[in-house]
Design a protein around this ligand. Structure first.
Ligand SMILES: [Zn+2]
Length: 69
């Protein structure tokens, strides 16, 4: 059984119990409720670090923090 983590409330749950899912930045996120799903959609960047895309951990990125934002 696959367990997924809700990036909004940090609950973990079996994938089959996830109430909603959302794809963002090449990752799939799962939510325990529509409330959490809505919160994610309103501000996905706040929660997206729960699944770090490979691009953000690429060597060299950390050496140029001033280039971000
Ligand atoms: Zn939740």
């Amino acid at each position: 059984m696959m367990t997924v983590e809700d990036p909004v409330c940090r609950n973990t749950m079996p994938l089959e119990n996830a109430h909603a899912s959302q794809e963002y930045g090449g990752w799939a996120y799962f939510f325990c409720s529509t409330h959490c799903h809505t919160a994610f959609k309103l501000n996905p960047e706040r929660y997206a670090d729960a699944r770090i895309p490979a691009a953000f951990s690429a060597p060299g990125d950390a050496s140029h923090p001033s280039r971000k934002a």
